[in-house]
Design a protein around this ligand. Structure first.
Ligand code: NAP
Length: 489
């Protein structure tokens, strides 16, 4: 059963309702499959109009949606209004992209007379929508990574129907958004199968959706555990399908000595703000801070500890996420090599930030310390050299982001560090903090496993559409097909 829970109090609000049955899930997938061919061949203007109408509808219902999101997530009105802005910006951005021809871009190689290999037929590579996409929302972005978030926007832009699985941590918001989306699809004269919605609070719902034979790809944003379980289901189908899983990440931030020459107290305050933003419930929240040994590093760590003690993260998204946070912190606390620096948890209603310190060697040796603790929990790793910082990055492996502070001057050490950062991250920052992900063409929100199950793709930014467009080379196609200029038949 599904139930709306007030995040701040844990109180149940309103009726309980049943999760989608197996038959309902199959029907949703069937409707999406029936709509797939016609939707795939829609012109750019039609898809652009749909995306813009979805953005308009979200804005028209803003007050009620944001209030509901706040009740179910506890993330606060300013953040949620901003997230809704980002979500509508994203929908309209994809509309612009489609209208300027991005989904229908093609590569055309003219025929060359003569014998191969120089001689060749005409080859035109087009991209065809992959088919119905199963979309899994995350709990921590009730708009931007939920029902009408980036995965849905990019799949619709590509010409693929979506079957969204709402997240049980914001069930009422999810179903209200889904009702709104259905109305828009209908008003646009499109078949209902273009947007389908299922709900569940048990893993069976998601598993059945991924196993449905007509589902052609899965877009998942969520935990490592959930992502890996569903990726396995996708891979074990009689016809395995792409699984685009955007998972958890520790987002290391490396402070080089030159960064500490300027106002390190201000940097520490900025960092503390990023660590506690949204109670640390960001996939890009910094979880590992690599700091040089020595007095300047000591002063920075001390300023960070002071700033963190003054922070007050708000209630977490759900009792389950809070319990997982506390378990993660308890595990760190129980690690003998780790010195707690900020650990003032008094078992209160609200979570408290945790900061622990560990040496580079102990961190590298202990794999358990490389895992994300979702929430405001951070490890400071003290290193003797830039070379050791490079080894810390290599030990962490895949991450959505790596931030390097103080890499302004080129040297062999800095080059190695930057190389290590680009090896392990989807996005490398040279200033600022990793929380906050701009929606642009150049964005890459992904990275090597375990940040993403598909390191060549992004789930944020306009390239996210490419995940749902499969290249097909047309050899000597008839003129009528070329006249379609990349729009699938
Ligand atoms: P989650 O609990 O994994 O939920 C995501 C979805 O997966 C839900 O629909 C959930 O459904 C389903 N699920 C989880 N385990 C499953 C299993 N074993 N089998 C089938 N379905 C399963 O994640 P979350 O709590 O929403 O989000 C927190 C995590 O997401 C953090 O680790 C965060 O870093 C990560 N995140 C990553 C990104 C990114 O872009 N990389 C963005 C946001 C969040 P049920 O609840 O019904 O099981």
């Amino acid at each position: 059963m599904l139930q709306s829970i007030e995040a701040r109090t844990g109180a149940a609000i309103g009726e309980r309702w049943a999760e989608s049955t197996g038959t309902e899930i199959d029907e949703a997938v069937r409707a999406a499959a029936n709509a797939a061919d016609d939707f795939a061949s829609t012109a750019a203007a039609r898809r652009g109009a749909l995306l813009r109408a979805l953005a308009d509808a979200l804005e028209a219902d803003r007050e009620a949606l944001v209030a509901l999101a706040d009740r179910e997530s506890g993330l606060g009105l300013p953040r949620l209004n901003g997230e809704l802005d980002r979500t509508t910006f994203q929908l309209r951005g994809f509309a612009d992209e489609v209208e300027r021809g991005a989904a229908h871009a093609l590569t055309d190689d003219a025929a060359v007379a003569g014998a191969p290999p120089a001689g060749r037929p005409r080859l035109t590579c087009v991209r065809v929508p992959i088919g119905p996409v199963a979309m899994f929302s995350a709990s921590n972005f009730p708009f931007a990574f939920s029902v009408l978030g980036g995965d849905t926007a990019s799949a619709l832009a590509a010409g693929c129907p979506v079957v969204v699985k709402g997240h049980p941590a914001h069930p009422e918001l999810s179903r209200r958004t889904a009702v709104l989306a259905r109305k828009v699809v209908d008003a646009q004269g499109l078949p209902a199968g273009v947007f389908q919605f299922v709900q569940g609070a048990s893993i069976e719902v998601g598993v059945r959706l991924v196993r449905a034979p007509a589902i052609a790809a899965v877009a998942f944003t969520g935990s490592y555990k959930g992502g890996i379980a569903l990726a396995k289901v996708a891979a074990e189908r009689p016809r395995p399908i792409p699984f685009y899983g955007e998972l958890g990440s520790v987002n290391p931030l490396v402070v080089l000595p030159s960064a500490l020459a300027s106002d390190s107290a201000e940097l520490a305050a900025t960092l503390a703000g990023s660590i506690c933003l949204g109670a640390g419930q960001f996939c890009t929240s910094p979880g590992v801070i690599v700091v040089p040994e020595g007095t300047a590093g000591d002063a920075f760590v001390s300023a960070l500890a002071t700033a963190l003690r003054g922070m007050q993260p708000h209630a977490m998204l759900s009792a389950g996420i809070r319990a997982t946070f506390e378990r993660g912190v308890a595990q760190w606390r129980g690690t003998p090599q780790l010195a707690p620096l900020v650990d003032d948890d008094t078992g209160g209603e609200l979570p408290r930030p945790f900061l622990g310190e560990v040496s580079g060697a102990d961190f590298i040796a202990n794999r358990a310390l490389h895992e994300e603790v979702f929430g405001s929990a951070v490890l400071v790793v003290r290193v003797a050299s830039t070379h050791e910082a490079t080894q810390v990055l290599a030990a962490i492996g895949g991450s959505l982001t790596v931030t390097l502070w103080g890499a302004e001057t080129q040297s062999e050490d800095t080059r190695r560090l930057v190389r290590a950062a680009t090896q392990v991250a989807g996005r490398v920052l040279f200033s600022g903090v990793p929380t906050g992900v701009a929606v642009t063409a150049a964005q890459h929100h992904g990275g090597p496993y375990p940040a993403s199950t598909q390191p060549f793709t992004t789930s944020v930014g306009y390239a996210a559409m490419d995940r749902f467009l499969r290249p097909v080379a047309l050899q000597d196609p008839p003129q009528w097909m070329l006249d379609r200029k990349g729009v699938p038949v």
